[in-house]
Design a protein around this ligand. Sequence first.
Ligand code: 2U9
Length: 345
Amino acid sequence: MSAEIFEKVKQLIEDIETASPQTKEEVEQFRLNYLGSKNILKPLMGEIRNIPNEQKKAFGQLVNTAKQVAERKFQSLKESVESAIEDSRTDHLDLTAPGEPLELGSRHPVSITMNRIISIFQRIGFTVAEDREIEDDWHNFTAMNTPEDHPARDMQDTYYLKDSAEMLIRTHTSSVQARVMTTQQPPIRIIAPGRVYRNETISARSHCQFHQVEGLYVDEGVSFADMKQTLLYFAQEMYGAGTKIRLRPSYFPFTEPSAELDVSCFICGAKGCNVCKYTGWVEILGCGMVDPNVLENCGIDSQKYTGFAWGMGIERQAMLLYKINDIRLLFENDVRFLRQFQSAL
Ligand code: 2U9
């Protein structure tokens, strides 16, 4: 008989420990069951008179333990129910309070510069052409008269896709013009702005990713003089009405003849400064007459049509315009730097 009553109390302790009331009402019911004035532990204490004397102490301790377990459990249940209620309350929130102000962003200096270049050429009839950044070798190199053994194709300069000799991320946006020329006949008057990639060591002057705007004009009777006038217009719109230009002979696989275009230094008024290295001239782009091979590669009759093309790095123009001395600033996205640029475009 006494073993049975001991078991009953032990079972009760287990019941208390495993009880899991959820709501406020269920917790109150728990309290009434185990700790209230008519709780189920009370009659057990009365049973003590039927317990043999030598076991009375142990029985009393066991019933006390049950009481303590119930008390501890009730405290923790009470706390978790109260905090759940607190969490679900919204009356401590002032829903009419004004929100945090949204800070107005500013356009990235590369975007501002790119938009400015685009709009200058759009005003004289060029339209924007865009295409993929992941290109095949043909559109990036072969079509552009860049032979198999040309150093530009070297793994050191070009990022090829993994395990591929055919696919790459474009090294210039000329691949866009190659795609337009293979699908359209002249007249073609396009500019190709976009991101390009070259495997270069990152420094203050060069980066492995940058942006270009290239241009292409192909039609009957397009001449070197047309190119010179077009680029003079660009230089003066971009760097000021008084800007002078000069063309220096150069070499590119895709143009013949080729030239580099300098503008009179707009920073020192061509008197001599750090930017023009005391020459009075600053190089801004490369250009030339489209090589007849390039036209033929893309299915355009080079007997009938001629064209000119040019290419410029946008970061370079932005650095000149805003007097930025390190290209890396344009890729770090430090808001303290970016905040300084405002644009209507
Ligand atoms: C076609 C034919 C010819 C694009 C050209 C350059 C000269 C040039 C550089 C400027 C700075 C690249 O970003 S940079 O490093 N580009 O000097 N680009 S002519 O010639 C073309 C393009 C497309 C069909």
